[in-house]
Design a protein around this ligand. Structure first.
Ligand code: CA
Length: 223
């Protein structure tokens, strides 16, 4: 998953980014002002956006209304210093999906962020079940037929992304866009390496391929 944080306090942005990278395994981009945030949202695909309200150049509320008017459906969690009821109602009415008031607990931010990612993909439960595979997005563990499967951090990220949209064809480009932030160089062959690692670990040889390759299109997770 890939997250955009639009926040003009560098230390706060970095703290949130570190927490999302370490505790959720998300790729994270940071925009220090509203214009940069708008530009990044127009040029990348994010699974969720954390949006501060008081921002230089373009404020959070205006950014939100512009992206919603443009038809963008990315879930947005507004992080606000204002806690008056009226502005919260106005925000939810203008397209925010959830909000959190500063100062907040990082654990709560993480839980709300993950919940928005899931709901954005139509998966309300934090435990994703695909056949005999269970993927727990809270503690990032995977089991197959009740046995723990040990994955690398990147293998987990690939599987988590696929598992949020089972039976959909997901292209390599989409995986690259959602698993790396903009500081990474993107080589499409790395995805193949992770997919083959997942296949090796998730199948016991007797069963069919759990992750199928659709030639020229991408991958599909079957149950
Ligand atoms: Ca601010």
């Amino acid at each position: 998953m890939r997250v955009l944080i639009v926040e003009d306090e560098p230390r706060l942005a970095e703290n949130i980014a570190r927490s999302l990278r370490e505790s959720a395994g998300y790729a994270v981009d940071i925009a220090p002002d509203g214009e940069e945030g708008l530009f990044l949202m127009q040029s990348n695909s994010y699974d969720v956006v954390l949006l501060d309200l008081m921002l230089p150049l373009l404020d959070g509320k205006e950014l939100l209304s512009r992206i919603r008017q443009a038809g963008q459906q990315t879930p947005v969690l507004v992080v606000t210093a204002r806690d008056d009821k009226e502005s919260v109602v106005a925000l939810l009415n203008s397209g925010a999906d959830d909000y959190l008031t500063k100062p907040f607990d990082l654990g709560e931010l993480l839980a709300r962020t993950k919940a928005l990612v899931r709901r954005g993909k139509g998966q309300p439960s934090p435990v994703l079940i695909i056949g005999d595979i269970q993927l727990n997005t809270v503690n990032r563990t995977v089991t197959r037929a009740g046995k723990i499967v040990t994955l690398t951090a990147m293998e987990y990220r690939v599987l988590e992304y696929l598992a949020h949209r089972p039976r959909a064809v997901i292209s390599k480009t989409e995986l690259l866009e959602h698993l790396y932030d903009y500081n990474w160089e993107k080589f499409s062959n790395v995805i193949e390496v992770y997919i083959s690692g997942l296949r090796r670990k998730l199948t016991d040889g007797s069963t069919g391929q759990f992750i199928q390759t659709i030639r020229g299109q991408g991958y599909i997770l079957q149950d």
